[in-house]
Design a protein around this ligand. Structure first.
Ligand SMILES: NC(=O)c1ccc[n+]([C@@H]2O[C@H](COP(=O)([O-])OP(=O)(O)OC[C@H]3O[C@@H](n4cnc5c(N)ncnc54)[C@H](OP(=O)(O)O)[C@@H]3O)[C@@H](O)[C@H]2O)c1
Length: 430
C-alpha cells in the first residue's frame, strides 16, 4: 500500500481485545515504526448502548460489521468479533473481496476457513494477518511464517490454552479438584461462563491447526485435528504423575512424517524438568523444531486485552510497512492438501491408572494383559489412597503402536478385579 500520513482503521468487535486495541491506539497512535498516525474511523459491535471501558462517542458507529468492512472511510479492517461463521466471516470476506487488508485475532475463523480466505485475499491483492490468533501477545505466527522459512519444520508442540494451563496448575498447587478450580477460574475471569471451547481442547485445536498450516505449508483443516480436553483429568492423576516425575499439561502437537501430518491436542504427562512442564499458570509456551536450526522455545502471555491488542497492532504495523507475504507459508494456490496420518499406526508411551480390588493375583493379571497385547512396562507404582475403595495401580509403558496400547487397555478393562475403567493419559514425546 502507498505511504500515508494517516492510516484509518475500522474495528469490528469492542470486547476484551477490541477495547484493548482502541486504548492502545489512543495512547500510542504512532505505534507503527516509520508509518503515519493510526486513527480509528469506524467501529461496530452488537450493542451500541453497552457500557465500555473506552470512549467511542466520537467514532462513527456501524450496526452491521459488513458495512464497516465495505466502508471507504477505513484503509484497514480489523475483525475482533470471534467465531468461525456469522458476522465475523461475512465481514472479513467483504473486506478481502474489495482488496482491503484485514487483521484478525479470530483463530476459529482462520482454522476453519483459512485456505479459502487466503485464496480470496491473494486473488484480490489484499493482506490477511492473524498474529493475535495464536498465543495472544507471544509471536508464534510470525516465527513460523517469517523466521523459519529457511528451514524445514518437523515438529511444533506447545501449551496453547491459558485457561487449561491455569486450571491444571491450580489443581496441582491447591490440591482442589477440576470442578472446584474451574468455578474459581470463572469467578476470576480466567474462564468463560461457557468454558467448553477452552476445557474441551477446541481452542487449542484451532491454534495448532493454524500452526501446522504455517509450519508445513498445508491448508488449515480444523476438523482433522484430534482433540481431547482436560475435563477428565483427576487430581489423583496429577499427584500420581508427579510421583513418577511428570506434570500433566494440555499439549498441542503438529508433526509431519512420510504418511502425512498429525495434529493433536490432549492431556499429556510432561517430564517435570521440561520447559513445557515449567510453564505454569495462564502462560502459553511453544517448541518449534527445525531440521537444521534445532529447537526453539518461546513462552509468554496467550491472552488478555493488552498482550492481544499489541499483537493486533503489530499486524497493523506490517500492513502499513507494505510487507506482502503469502497468508500461510506458501501462496494459497500451492498449499498442499492436509493429509492426516493414520493415528492407530502412530507410536507412543502411556500412563495407565487402574483401580483394582485389593486381592492376590491382580498385579500378575494386569502384567499378563499387557504382555499378551505386546506392551512392555517401563515403571509400576502401587499406592493405597486413604478412603478409596480399592487400590490404584499406575504403570507407564515403553513405546508401542497406539493400536497395540488400545488392545492392552481393552484386555485390562475385562479383568474381574477392576473397579473402574482404566484411565489412560499419553506421555508427551517432546
Ligand atoms: N480475549 C483474549 O484474550 C483473546 C486472545 C486471543 C485471541 N482472541 C480472539 O479475539 C476475538 C475477540 O475476542 P474477545 O475476547 O475480545 O471477545 P469478546 O470480549 O466476547 O468481544 C466480542 C465483541 O464482538 C461483538 N459482537 C458479537 N457479535 C457481534 C455481531 N453480530 N456484530 C457485531 N459485533 C458483534 C461484541 O459486541 P458487544 O460488546 O456489543 O456485545 C463484542 O464487542 C476472538 O476471535 C477471540 O478468539 C481473544
Amino acid at each position: 500500500m502507498k505511504k500515508k500520513d494517516v492510516w484509518r482503521i475500522g474495528v469490528a468487535g469492542l470486547g476484551t481485545v477490541g477495547a484493548g486495541l482502541l486504548e492502545l491506539v489512543s495512547r500510542r497512535p504512532h505505534f507503527a515504526p516509520g508509518g503515519g498516525l493510526v486513527s480509528v474511523t469506524g467501529v461496530s459491535a452488537r450493542n451500541r448502548a453497552a457500557k465500555r471501558s473506552v470512549d467511542i462517542a466520537a467514532i462513527p458507529w456501524f450496526d452491521n460489521p459488513v458495512d464497516l468492512a465495505r466502508s471507504t472511510d477505513n484503509d484497514i479492517f480489523v475483525e475482533l468479533i470471534g467465531g468461525s461463521e456469522g458476522p465475523a466471516k461475512a465481514a472479513v470476506e467483504a473486506a478481502l473481496a474489495m482488496g482491503k487488508p484485514v487483521v484478525t485475532a479470530n483463530k476459529a475463523l482462520i482454522a476453519c476457513h483459512g485456505a479459502k480466505l487466503a485464496a480470496l485475499a491473494e486473488a484480490n491483492g489484499a493482506t490477511l494477518l492473524f498474529e493475535a490468533a495464536v498465543m495472544g501477545g507471544t509471536p508464534a505466527v510470525k516465527m513460523l511464517r517469517e523466521a523459519m522459512v529457511g528451514d524445514e519444520v518437523e515438529l511444533v508442540a506447545g501449551i496453547l490454552n491459558g485457561t487449561c494451563n491455569y486450571i491444571l496448575s491450580e489443581m496441582e498447587a491447591s490440591g482442589r479438584d477440576f470442578r472446584d478450580v474451574l468455578a474459581d477460574a470463572q469467578r476470576l475471569g480466567y474462564a468463560e461462563a461457557d468454558p467448553t471451547t477452552d476445557i474441551g481442547g477446541f481452542d487449542a485445536g484451532h491454534k495448532i491447526t493454524i500452526l501446522a498450516a504455517l509450519a508445513f505449508g498445508c491448508a488449515p483443516t480444523y476438523p482433522a485435528a484430534e482433540v481431547e480436553g482436560i475435563d477428565q483429568v483427576e487430581l489423583l492423576d496429577i499427584r500420581l504423575a508427579k510421583d513418577l516425575g511428570y506434570r500433566i499439561k494440555l499439549v498441542a502437537t503438529a508433526s509431519r512424517s512420510a504418511g502425512g501430518v498429525s495434529v493433536r491436542v490432549h492431556p499429556a504427562l510432561t517430564p517435570l524438568d521440561h520447559p513445557l512442564a515449567r510453564a505454569g499458570g495462564a502462560l502459553n509456551a511453544l517448541f518449534i523444531e527445525g531440521r537444521t536450526i534445532g529447537r526453539i522455545f518461546i513462552q509468554g502471555p496467550g491472552a488478555g486485552a493488552g498482550p492481544t491488542a499489541a499483537a493486533v497492532a503489530a499486524d497493523i504495523a506490517d500492513v502499513i510497512s507494505g510487507a506482502v507475504r503469502p497468508v500461510f507459508q506458501a501462496p494459497a494456490t500451492t498449499l498442499e492438501p492436509f493429509i492426516p496420518i493414520d493415528q492407530s499406526r502412530a507410536t507412543g508411551r502411556a500412563y495407565i491408572r487402574l483401580l483394582v480390588k485389593d486381592e492376590p493375583g491382580v498385579i500378575a493379571a494386569v502384567s499378563e494383559s499387557l504382555a499378551d497385547a505386546g506392551v512392555s512396562i517401563d515403571s509400576f507404582l502401587q499406592k493405597s489412597v486413604e478412603g478409596a475403595d480399592g487400590v490404584p495401580i499406575v504403570l507407564t509403558t515403553h513405546t508401542a503402536p497406539e493400536a497395540v496400547l488400545s488392545e492392552a487397555v481393552r484386555r485390562m478393562s475385562a479383568l474381574p478385579a477392576l473397579l473402574a475403567p482404566p484411565r489412560v493419559i499419553r506421555i508427551a514425546r517432546i
